[in-house]
Design a protein around this ligand. Structure first.
Ligand code: TXA
Ligand code: MG
Length: 315
């Protein structure tokens, strides 16, 4: 299959409406979209990514009213969080509308819904005229793509179209909040911090081991975000690196090393880390050192991704 590359949301939307797979930019990471009501296209998403079929997809919408096409019921907490953070990097889990195929939700009776804020993503979703199911546009187990070139690296020749855009502004995947019970539960940390969520709904809590055991967040049981090079989290300042080592962090960078990426803020670190992982692989690094950051704001999401990349949360 020849993959078409375009900057036109209209061209990309036409491919999607014809049953095709379209990668598109969002403010978090690039997504790999298909018509959420087309089970054959949904199945191709799982095949092209090599994604386990028990890991559900997020459905993307371009206006608040479209939530009625995807969710059976919108809970009070969900309404408050939507009002505060949509459009933006927040995914809400709600009871699923019966019209959404089981393949999208991996058989769950709940569905993840996101209304992104990215301009070109919205133009594409509006032109598509249908809710779009989309996981991150990487091969399963690889870092999420934050540029269209990273999408090409993983999926060229396996999907129909790539809607090109710039580098993703956030760089980490959306915050996922389960709103199906009275107390909302954060299943995945992201750019919308727990502190920000609690300012709107004070009861919000983080997922715990029991939630994971109950299979509440299927995504948590899969190893994610793993580059092909071993990752080690470091808490102290490093002075020197070996010739085949790479480093990313906020402090003074060590001397030497193959790839070194100094970030000014945790936000910049989050924005750059996935592309950095890919650069380390391409350069042939043998080990990647990632400096730890404080677990507040985006820092919590960043540490979560670093720990997954380091294999610390593998189950
Ligand atoms: O920022 C993002 O969320 C990006 C962009 C493209 O929107 N998408 C993304 O999708 O990161 P993906 O498939 O890589 O991650 C979706 C996460 C997975 O951990 C999945 O298990 C979880 O959301 N999820 C989806 N539907 C769910 C549901 N009904 N219940 C619990 N978790 C769900
Ligand atoms: Mg993903």
């Amino acid at each position: 299959m020849r993959t078409r590359y375009t900057k036109s949301p209209l061209v990309a939307a036409r491919v999607l409406r014809a049953g095709g797979l379209v990668a598109f930019p969002t403010e978090t990471v690039y997504g790999l979209g298909a018509d959420a009501f087309d089970p054959a296209a949904i199945q191709r998403i799982f095949e092209s990514k090599g994604r386990p079929t028990d890991n559900p997809l997020i459905v993307h919408i371009a206006k608040r009213a479209d939530i009625q096409r995807v969710a059976r019921e919108v809970t009070a907490n969900a309404k408050a969080l939507m009002a505060a953070f949509w459009p933006g990097p927040l995914t809400l889990i709600l009871p699923k509308h019966p019209a959404i195929p089981d393949a999208v939700t991996a058989g769950l009776d709940t569905v993840g819904i996101r209304f992104p804020s990215h301009r070109r993503a919205l133009a594409f979703l509006r032109a598509a005229g249908t809710p779009v199911a989309a996981p991150s546009a990487n091969r399963s187990g690889r870092p999420s793509p934050t540029t269209w070139q990273a999408v090409r690296e993983d999926l060229d020749g396996r999907i129909d179209c790539v809607l090109k855009g710039g580098r993703a502004r956030v760089g980490l995947e959306s915050t996922v909040v389960d709103c199906t019970s009275r107390v909302p539960v954060v299943l995945r940390a992201g750019a919308i911090s727990v502190e920000a969520l609690r300012a709107v709904v004070p009861e919000v809590r983080m997922a715990n081991a029991r939630d994971k055991a109950r299979g509440r967040s299927p995504g948590l049981k899969h190893k994610h975000y793993a580059p092909g090079v071993p990752v080690t989290i470091v808490r102290r300042r490093m002075r020197r690196l070996g010739a085949h080592a790479a480093w990313i962090g906020l402090g003074d960078p060590p001397r030497g090393g193959l790839v070194v990426c100094r970030c000014r803020t945790p936000e910049e670190y989050a924005r750059r880390v996935f592309a950095f992982f890919r650069r380390c692989e391409a350069a042939g690094a043998k080990v990647i050192y990632c400096e730890a950051v404080p677990q507040t704001g985006i820092g919590r999401a960043l540490m979560d991704r670093l720990q997954r990349a380091a294999g610390a949360t593998r189950e």
